[in-house]
Design a protein around this ligand. Structure first.
Ligand SMILES: Nc1ncnc2c1ncn2[C@@H]1O[C@H](COP(=O)(O)OP(=O)(O)OP(=O)(O)O)[C@@H](O)[C@H]1O
Length: 283
């Protein structure tokens, strides 16, 4: 569906340098801190910026060679874009009908009802949550096969975030083989939604794993300096010295549960894994 191969893009001292693959029918999450390069990668995928090197294929074709019809199969939310704030939803519907041959008015109206969005109020009078829901709704309005969603839940409270995540889940149930690439800096959102996760840090992909594997096999091991010195480190990905102890990240939780009974083993939440990947050192 989407293949990003060794893409490089430099802005001054910042350098994006990454690869990523999105399979048919999968939801892939991209997690990263502010300034990590998420939006730059999304813009690169959409051919909105020129690459220094590397290639990007969408639907098996170079991304800059997509026809108008193929571009219609993309649904996009970008953090710094949207329709003019002076338009109403009724105005936007007229534009979408012209833009997309596949625009699904009845789906759109159903979701407008679901979110209780008004048709005749200017977008500038919408709350942050209303605007975010409308942006996602627009991206889903025309049976897109690949959704590229840059921080669609940014700045929203937990209820509004859940509503958007539910909308995406419903979309994936209805559409055969659609795929989603979604970014967020809120790990919890991605953990509950995505089949696999990439982590980007300072422009580089530092981690990629199936969400199920991450949640079942990864763990943070906590131990004293004495225990650390004797630890079997063959399945340790990163280590980190804390005030009076050591923390280690492993992707073989079971192995350490069976072989190191004296140490504390904590669940490898995405946040904990990210922290270890960024702060920890390799042994
Ligand atoms: N057009 C540009 N010109 C110069 N530098 C840029 C440009 N666009 C992005 N950058 C730089 O690239 C880096 C990555 O920015 P990017 O917007 O991709 O990060 P992000 O992960 O989306 O962050 P955030 O979560 O804050 O939106 C930053 O250092 C930013 O200053």
């Amino acid at each position: 569906m989407l293949e990003v191969k060794e893409v490089q893009k430099r802005y001054g001292t910042f350098e994006l340098e990454c690869s990523l693959t999105i399979l048919d029918g999968q939801i892939t999450g991209l997690i990263g801190q502010n300034g990590a390069g998420k939006s730059t990668l999304f813009k690169a995928i959409l051919d909105l910026i020129t690459l220094d090197s590397g290639s990007i294929q969408i639907f098996g074709k170079e991304h800059h060679e997509l026809s108008g019809k193929e571009k219609e199969k993309l649904g996009v939310v970008l953090s710094d874009s949207g329709f003019s704030a002076y338009l109403t939803v009724r105005d936007i519907i007229a534009i979408l009908k012209n833009m997309y041959s596949n625009f699904d008015l009845s789906y759109f109206q159903k979701q407008m009802q679901r979110f209780q969005l008004p048709y005749d109020q200017k977008i500038k009078e919408f709350s942050t949550g209303m605007k975010a829901k409308l942006k996602v709704l627009i991206a889903l309005s025309h049976h897109a096969k690949l959704l590229i969603l840059d921080e669609p839940t940014a700045g929203l409270d937990v209820i509004a975030r859940d509503e958007i995540l539910d909308l995406l889940r419903d979309y994936m149930e209805d559409e055969n083989d659609a795929s989603i690439l979604i970014s967020s800096h809120i790990a919890e959102d991605l953990e509950s939604l995505c089949d696999d996760l990439y982590m980007i840090h300072e422009g580089k992909m530092i981690f990629h794993e199936d969400t199920d594997v991450l949640l079942s096999d990864y763990a943070i091991l906590k131990m004293s300096e004495e225990q650390f010195k004797k630890l079997d480190t063959q399945y340790i990905l990163k280590a980190c010295k804390e005030a009076y102890s050591y923390a280690c990240l492993t992707n073989q939780k079971q192995y350490y549960m069976e072989n190191e009974p004296g140490i504390t083993i904590e669940k490898g939440t995405i946040d904990a894994v990210i922290t270890m990947m960024i702060r920890g050192y390799s042994l």
